[in-house]
Design a protein around this ligand. Sequence first.
Ligand SMILES: [Zn+2]
Length: 331
Amino acid sequence: MTTKLYIDPGHGGSDPGAVDNGLLEKDIVLDIGLILRDILETEYEDAEVRMSRTGDTFPSLSDRTNDANDWGADYFVSIHINAGGGDGYEDYIYSGLSNSSSTANYQEVAHPHLVGANDMYDRGQKTANFHVLREAHASALLTENGFIDNADNAEKMELASWREDVAYGHAEAIADIFNLSKTGKEVSNDKPSGGATGETYTVKSGDTLWGIAQDYNLTVDKLKELNDLSSNIIQTGQELAVSESSGVTWVGTDLKGKRVESIYQGSDGLNFYDSARWTNPVDTFGYGMGWIVDNKYYVSDEGGEGYQFRVQNSNGDLYFITANDSFVKVI
Ligand SMILES: [Zn+2]
């Protein structure tokens, strides 16, 4: 059975949320939320994720709860950063609920995962009459992941590794509550082999620096170094250098999940590769044989240049084939 998880990065757009130490709450919580989405979708079975926002936009509080309610969310998690002179992590459920409610029990389960991941002083489990907690039909939790105006807390927030840890803390809390089993895949292993070329990547809505780094087989620090970035905040439309040399550029595709079939009639069959390259194919496959599209790359090496699909076979193994539409057809 699918568990429907609604992730709500607080604030956004014209509403920056808490601001201090050169940081904006809206950016940090979006980064955490997008990483959390990637983890839940990749690493857990039957987790369906919907987000209140995937870019720098400001849906109203009613937009957020109406969207979650219409969708039929099983759990509503609102991610925030605190301000006002405190220190540490705390979380909230709706104050109108009893201590024996399932929402209170879920908070009890989630809290230790989140305190551990934040690696901050534990301010405890709290209740409040916040709109999103009151109006969400699903059980709802609001996390306040440190104080942006506390120098020690803010120092953590600047680290990509801390945001990743906090996203994992949320994922593990959710998995513990809903007994989600692992797929065995890891977000950090879901990357193409080979480096990228001195090409650039244009940031799309929903991207994180972390996610882009994974796709190009780079560390976040390396990606920041290549682009001379002082923070982890990226903007939609921003051009990023994604590597120094070699021949693979991630292009990305909205055909993910579609079937792609060989329409090549030659008796020698269509080559497939175990990494993004045009030399040394693993083997060939015949006319009409198909795969599921996973991603798309531009590959340039001594064997040729052009687009390749990364594709998945029925065992979940990933291979690379040409994306040229005189050889393959997406169905
Ligand atoms: Zn907030």
